[in-house]
Design a protein around this ligand. Structure first.
Ligand code: NAD
Length: 296
């Protein structure tokens, strides 16, 4: 392929996603603040770890971002503390594809500014976690011009299975934040329910089986309770800090639409309390651990 990719943000998700692009024959210039990630690509062909984002985007016709949040992305694009951003250095007519779970409001603004610079912006957040990132079977939600979607589709197929275009720039980030809010609400509800059931003397494994055969089933009861929660493993690969960020984005969005947001507010509060109590590095499935020990 003559597509040269710059990949910025090689964390838990970025590494397996980049590896699937390399497997398909793409060339990647990768950058992450954490230089230790370079070693993860020692067996991959076509990968070069570079020492700055400016170097990564040189001659790239597609730049992929897989970073934590919009604050970091805005600083990277437009600069911060006197340092220049990379936006003005991106090649004209090249793509900038933000695959992070970013704020839809920031993405809409970034799209307008990038359009003026001749850069084609796409928001393409993903769902499915580290396991599906490794399998190349992520659900990818795409926002931006429909013609861009056509041009980028085959590349996205290297990383994902369900690839859906939902609207203009920012639309996919909105859908992603709302999805993660619904998912977080399910995690918190399951954690509270299983904790109380346990206290009543019930076997939480049996209770969860009943949920899964009944209307209470959700992604947490089906995929997280046995694998990461009741066994105290708390290692799904998606951090509590990122979940907290996602529910905050969803709440901002719902309020921005002037819509009822009572449960979203509670989820933000619970995620904040749990994140502060459990500290840096906690997995989002440790919500169950927080609920078990939380003061009333
Ligand atoms: P992560 O924390 O593992 O990775 C983020 C990476 O970005 C880290 O390696 C960090 O060093 C790097 N980074 C931070 N600031 C940087 C900067 N200024 N320049 C270069 N690199 C920088 O996070 P992740 O789990 O890979 O998630 C990335 C994004 O994908 C987030 O928006 C998250 O919400 C979303 N997401 C995560 C999952 C999951 O299951 N982990 C699933 C779907 C979506």
């Amino acid at each position: 392929s003559d597509t040269k990719i710059a990949f910025v943000g090689l964390g838990l998700m970025g590494v397996p996603m980049a590896k699937n692009l390399l497997k398909a024959g793409y060339q990647i210039s990768g950058f992450d603040l954490n230089q230790e990630v370079a070693a993860k690509f020692s067996d991959d062909k076509g990968f070069q770890f570079v020492s700055s984002p400016e170097q990564a985007i040189q001659d790239a016709n597609l730049t992929i971002l897989m970073l934590p949040d919009s604050t970091i992305i805005d600083a990277l694009l437009w600069g911060s503390n006197g340092s220049a951003g990379i936006a003005t250095q991106l090649s004209k007519d090249s793509y900038l594809m933000d695959m992070s779970s970013s704020s839809p409001i920031s993405s809409k603004e970034n799209n307008q500014k990038l359009e003026k610079l001749g850069i084609k912006f796409i928001d393409a957040p993903v769902s499915g976690g580290v396991k599906k990132a490794i399998d190349g079977s992520l659900a990818i939600i795409v926002g931006g011009k429909k013609e861009y979607f056509g041009e980028i589709h085959s590349l996205l197929e290297c990383m994902g299975k369900s690839i859906v275009h939902v609207g203009d720039a920012g639309a996919a980030h909105a859908v992603k934040a709302l999805n993660n809010y619904v998912s977080a609400a399910g995690l918190i509800a399951a954690s509270e329910a299983l904790n109380a059931a346990n206290k009543f003397g019930l076997d939480p494994h049996v209770v969860n089986q009943v949920f899964n055969a009944s209307t209470g089933r959700n992604n947490t009861t089906e995929n997280k309770v046995e694998n990461f929660m009741l066994n105290d493993a708390f290692n799904s690969g998606f951090s509590l800090a990122l979940m907290r960020k996602d529910v905050q984005i969803a709440l901002n969005f719902i309020e921005n639409m002037n819509c009822y947001a009572n449960l979203a507010k509670q989820c933000v509060l619970t995620a904040k309390e749990a994140d502060e109590k459990l500290g840096k590095g906690a997995d989002h499935t440790a919500m169950f651990d927080y609920v078990r020990s939380a003061a009333l």
